[in-house]
Design a binder for this molecule. Structure first.
Ligand code: FDA
Ligand code: NAD
Length: 426
């Protein structure tokens, strides 16, 4: 025999925390809801792990960044869950799910049943082994997905003061960690296969703006190549990395950020998958009507672009979570999800925001030798995406509002001339 709940959230990350808060707002009763998480702490704002958590002075530590502080909402501490009668089953991995029987089996052998299941299993970091390189388990090789990983980064960083770090990957983790390592006075070399950083989003011009600053802070870039193997000393520590281009870089530590895979394996063969995630409709409902999916694992229809997308960002985790709970608790009042994709990042003193879709022709604006830069993306005669570094709250709001309207653009030169002024006056 095991426990039975009306609502079970599987996974205890960002989306789970925001879903829990929304459940209480919609009037869930004590004892009806539980969260099962492999992590040993209640949901927290994961973005802190590559930023405030890695600061050399006054670093962020729990409980300061439990959800939902990132959206200026209540901080959900263990006590909050207790007071609301929400069961937290932490440090517990779910090893199988039977959606037909509506049961989950945990790694400790407990069967938990549900009426409604919300999948919030997020994603896992891709390992170097998946690219044919071994050595990921060496003590000075770090990944960064959860609190345990972040603690390891902190420990390894502290043990190699003024040493050399090699950062593998030029995406979000690579850029944010490189900046944090520099702030901790570690020499950083970034290695990635593309011609510039953040290749999934940035244009060459935007990338070169940030790369210029990183270089001025001493960061070296090795582009267009990948890691081939590690040099490992007799006690199992990495001492250098060998690259496919034949070069070797000394390394006291290695940070790897080479992308993620959504945690869908429990549902393969049981639910419809798409874009590497679990396919949901505009109510975040999967191909099984008793099962919903939210956050990084969910592939949902983005109405604005008429396409199913899976997004790997905190804003979509928060909003898909709220939407799913609303659809579950108040179906008659809940419209189809209508989401404007929103990504952001912060490193050094930079802070940028992106809205919409980075498709089509690009128009850059702003002062690329100054503090405020931006870009618009124009596809099929409409503005579909926008990027801004160093904006004010009002400017970011204007950018979001304008991008959602997808205004027709007849004259690209005029748009370029107006720059940020276009979004502010639409
Ligand atoms: P999330 O990964 O948060 O949670 C998944 C949970 O499920 C985990 O608790 C996991 O242990 C649990 N789980 C999985 N399988 C399980 C199983 N079988 N049994 C039990 N538990 C299981 N985004 C952004 O927009 N701006 C930013 O600045 C950042 N910064 C950032 C930094 C770092 C270091 C990372 C790793 C990520 C970001 N992100 C980000 C991305 C953002 O954090 C991410 O999109 C959300 O955390 C996704 O929330 P989810 O709840 O979907 O997954
Ligand atoms: P990513 O997809 O942003 O970047 C992956 C990078 O890996 C690519 O840019 C590429 O340079 C590199 N790469 C791919 N194959 C490689 C190989 N064989 N060898 C070396 N490099 C290789 O993924 P990430 O940076 O690992 O981030 C992980 C997840 O965390 C993503 O979902 C991301 O959205 C999320 N995240 C988001 C933020 C943010 O939104 N500010 C911050 C941190 C993390």
């Amino acid at each position: 025999m095991g426990r039975a709940f009306v609502y079970v959230i599987l996974g205890g990350g960002v989306a789970a925390g925001y879903a829990a808060l929304e459940f209480t707002k919609k009037g869930v009763s004590p004892g009806e809801l539980c969260i099962i998480s492999e992590e040993t702490v209640p949901p927290y704002e994961r973005p802190a792990l590559s930023k405030g958590y890695l600061l050399p002075e006054a670093p962020a530590r729990l409980p300061s960044f439990h959800t939902c502080v990132g959206a200026n909402e209540e901080k959900l501490t263990p006590r909050w869950y207790k007071e609301h009668g929400i069961e937290l089953i932490l440090g517990t991995r779910v090893k199988s799910v039977d959606v037909r029987r509506k049961t989950l089996l945990t790694a400790v052998g407990e069967t938990i049943s549900y009426k409604i299941l919300i999948i919030a299993t997020g994603a896992r970091a891709l390992k170097l082994e998946e690219f044919g390189v071994s050595g990921s388990d060496a003590e000075n090789v770090c990944y960064l997905r959860d609190l345990a990983d972040a603690n390891r980064v902190v420990d390894v960083m502290q043990s190699c003061a003024s040493g050399n770090a090699v950062v593998i990957g030029g995406g979000y983790i690579g850029m944010e960690c490189a900046a944090s390592l520099v702030t901790n006075r570690i020499n950083v070399t970034m290695v990635f296969p593309e011609v510039h950083c953040m290749a999934r989003l940035f244009t060459p011009k935007i990338a070169s703006y940030y790369e210029g600053y990183y270089s001025s802070k001493g960061v070296q870039f090795v582009k267009g190549t990948v890691l081939l193997s590690f040099e490992i000393d007799p006690i199992g520590k990495i001492t250098a990395v060998n690259l496919r281009d034949g070069s070797q870089l000394p390394a006291d530590m290695v940070v790897v950020g080479i992308g993620i895979r959504p945690n869908t394996s429990l549902f393969e063969g049981q639910l419809t998958l798409e874009k590497g995630g679990i396919k949901v409709n505009g109510q975040m409902q999967t191909s099984n009507t008793s099962v919903y999916a939210i956050g990084d694992v969910a592939a949902f229809p983005v109405k604005l672009f008429g396409e199913t997308r899976r997004l790997e960002h905190v804003d979509s985790a928060r909003k898909t979570a709220k939407h799913a709970v609303s659809a579950i608790m108040e179906p008659e009042k809940t419209d189809e999800f209508d989401y404007l994709p929103f990504f952001y990042s912060r490193f050094f003193t930079f802070s940028w925001q992106f809205y919409g879709d980075n498709a089509g022709e690009v128009v850059h604006f702003g002062d690329y030798s100054g503090n405020t830069i931006g870009a618009y993306w124009i596809s099929k005669g409409h503005l579909v995406g926008s990027f801004l570094e160093g904006g004010t709250k009002e400017e970011y709001e204007a950018l979001a509002k304008t991008t959602r309207l997808k205004p027709a653009i007849d004259d690209i030169t005029d748009l370029e001339r107006q720059g940020l002024g276009f979004a502010v006056t639409v």
